[in-house]
Structure formats: C-alpha cells, structure tokens
Design a protein around this ligand. Structure first.
Ligand code: UFG
Length: 326
C-alpha cells in the first residue's frame, strides 16, 4: 500500500513527503514539475505527470497499489489567478476532478487536500474558525473552495472521504537544510526579504501602510511548513481510523504585521533590511489570523514552531545556504 502525493516536489508537498517517509510510509510523488523541483523530491519515487493525464494517474495508482492521496498539485499565485482565471479553473478544479475520478476508478477512498485561508476572503472578524463564512476574494481562493465542495459531493456519492486543510501563511524550512521554500517567480514576503539580504534585490516593498492595523501594515498568521506537514499525517491517520470528512484551519493563532516580520528578520540575521513603502496590493485582506482550535482538539495537533523567531531562523538557514533556490 502506498500514498500518492500530488505536488510532492513543491514547497509544502516536499516537507510533507519527508515527514511521511520518516514515519515509514511508502510514498509516490506525482508532479509535473511546472512549479516544483525534482531536487525537492530527494530520493523519493517521482512520477512526472500532469493531473490532466488521466490514464497516467490511473496507471500510477494501480502500479503502486495506492490507497490514499495527499493532494497539493495546484497553481497558487493570487495575482496570476486574477489575470488568467482559465489557467486556474482548468488546472486546479478540472485537474482535481480527474484525480478524484482516477481515485474512484481505483477504489481509493481517502484524500487530504491542500486548501487555503484564501477561501475566506476578507473575514468579518478574527480569529477565523471553520464556521467563518467563506467568501473568497480571488480566483485562486475560489478554485480551492470549489474543490472543497466537490470533495463533499464525492464523499456523499462515492464514499471518498477527505480532510481539507486550510493553511494560513506557510513559512520556514525543514531542519535538515536540504529542502525549503523556492518559487519562481517569488511573491511571498519572507523569501523576498531574504533575497534583499542576499543581494538579489535592492529593497522589500511594503504593500500598503494605511490598513486599519496597529502599524498600518497587513497582519498575517505565519505557520511553519513542518507543522503543516504534521497536520497532513494526523489527518491521513484519522481518515484511516474511519473519521468522517471534515476541514481544519491551520495557523499559530498569532498575527504579525509586515513591519514586525521585517523587524524579526533583522533581529534573527543581525542585518538591516532596505524597505520602500508602496501602495496596497489588490486583494490583500488587512488581518488574517486562524483559530486552529478544532484540529488541536480533534487530532491533538500542536505546532512545534510557535514563535515567529524560530520560523524565520529556519527560513534564513535555508535561504542563506541556497541563495538561488535548488
Ligand atoms: N507583502 C509585502 N511586500 C511583498 C510581498 C508581500 O508587503 O513584497 C505583504 C502582503 O501584502 C501581505 C503579507 O506581506 O500582507 C504576506 O504576503 P504573502 O504574499 O507572503 O502571503 P499572502 O498573505 O498574500 O498569501 C498567503 C499564501 C497564499 C494564500 C494566502 C491566503 O501565500 O497562497 O496567504 O490569504 F492564498
């Protein structure tokens, strides 16, 4: 029996693969390498394929006796999703339907799905719980919410049980120093700040200083990628134990502003970060903070990296040793 990890050569996927293998699981990565890196697959079995290669999906599941799926493969840039919605609906939504149909054909009945805080849009209040209404403000968030709904229907009709994990701001890198965050192009705050320190860009732009927050910049809930990985393992094991389909929010429950993140990077590295204040980035909610109380209560999940300082220190170790990524 083995676990198929789609998108396992990506940032969160590769960290989850590492944790699954550390627990003795048989893992097959299925990734088209469009945004992932084969180096992130380390020495794991990698099948290079797209979610649209239905026959390849069916064959891979059959050949490796797959009995569970952890599904990361998706495009995930909010801005790009607004400019090219077709790309996002086709890959994320249509691609997931093909994956689910391949599961159905192979009688694979468990899936852990990579969802996002972006399914909530601009919340009325924080912290955001699983009961908070979901009104995505981007095409990206809409694709993930559509998949959450499709998963519920596939459970009702075909008995495929799922856990949707809604990540807040994934950050940091594995302690081994072998895998970490690498995107091309990079759009995320922490790696971009690191690039300033590594001389790859002149400054970090602060997107908006007039938000209704204590220092005027956006507040986010940063969660270590290894803590996200652990949540996938707990979710998969709960599905194996017969848990009904559900969804969980994943964050540390603490908000940090853009300025606070920059200040923490300066503290951790002992270096000054050049900043430029700029206009807001469209679609950015002012404050996103998770309540992860449900997964803590039901699956006993407990983040190990609950200090921003630890998260940033681990990110810096990776970026300093891999200034150009993989
Ligand atoms: N920011 C800057 N300057 C930059 C980049 C980002 O000020 O150069 C700010 C953003 O405006 C935001 C914060 O830093 O307030 C964090 O931005 P990121 O791009 O790192 O992360 P987001 O909060 O936009 O996005 C993350 C995930 C998305 C997910 C979203 C959910 O990366 O996949 O959370 O809201 F959709």
């Amino acid at each position: 029996m083995s676990i198929l990890v789609t998108g396992g050569a990506g940032y969160i996927g590769s960290h989850t693969v590492k944790e699954l293998r550390a627990r003795g699981e048989q893992v097959i990565i299925y990734d088209d390498l469009s945004t992932g890196f084969y180096q992130a697959a380390q020495d794991c079995m990698l099948v290079v394929g797209s979610l649209h290669h239905y026959d390849k999906l069916v064959e891979t599941m059959r050949a490796f006796d797959v009995d569970s799926v952890v599904h990361f493969a998706a495009y995930s840039q909010v801005g790009e999703s607004m400019n090219d919605p077709g790309k996002y609906y086709y890959n994320n939504v249509a691609g997931t339907i093909k994956l689910l149909n391949a599961m159905k054909e192979n009688n694979v009945k468990r899936i852990v799905f990579s969802s996002t805080a972006a399914t909530f849009g601009e919340p009325d209040s924080v912290p955001i719980s699983e009961e908070t209404p979901q009104h995505p403000a981007s095409v990206y968030g809409t694709t993930k919410l559509m998949i959450e709904k499709i998963l519920r229907d596939y459970d009702a009709a075909y008995g495929i049980r799922s856990v949707a994990l809604r990540y807040f701001n994934a950050a940091g890198a594995d302690e081994s120093g072998l895998i970490g965050e690498a995107h091309n192009p990079e759009t995320h705050l922490i790696p971009l700040i690191m690039q300033v320190l590594l001389g790859r860009r002149e400054h970090i732009s602060i997107y908006g200083t007039d938000y209704p927050t204590p220092d005027g910049t956006c507040v986010r809930d940063y969660i270590h990628v290894t803590d996200l990985a652990t949540a996938h393992i707990l979710s998969l094991n709960a599905l194996r134990d017969g848990m009904a389909s559900t969804a969980y929010n994943l964050g540390n429950g603490n908000g940090f502003s853009v300025r606070e993140v920059i200040g923490m990077v300066e503290k951790v590295t002992g270096r000054k970060v050049a900043t430029v204040e700029g206009p807001r980035r469209s679609g950015d909610p002012a404050v996103l903070i998770a309540s992860s109380e449900k997964i803590m209560r039901e699956l006993n999940w407990k983040p190990k990296f609950n200090e921003l300082e630890q998260i940033i220190a681990s990110a810096w170790r990776w970026h300093e040793s891999h200034p150009y990524g993989y």
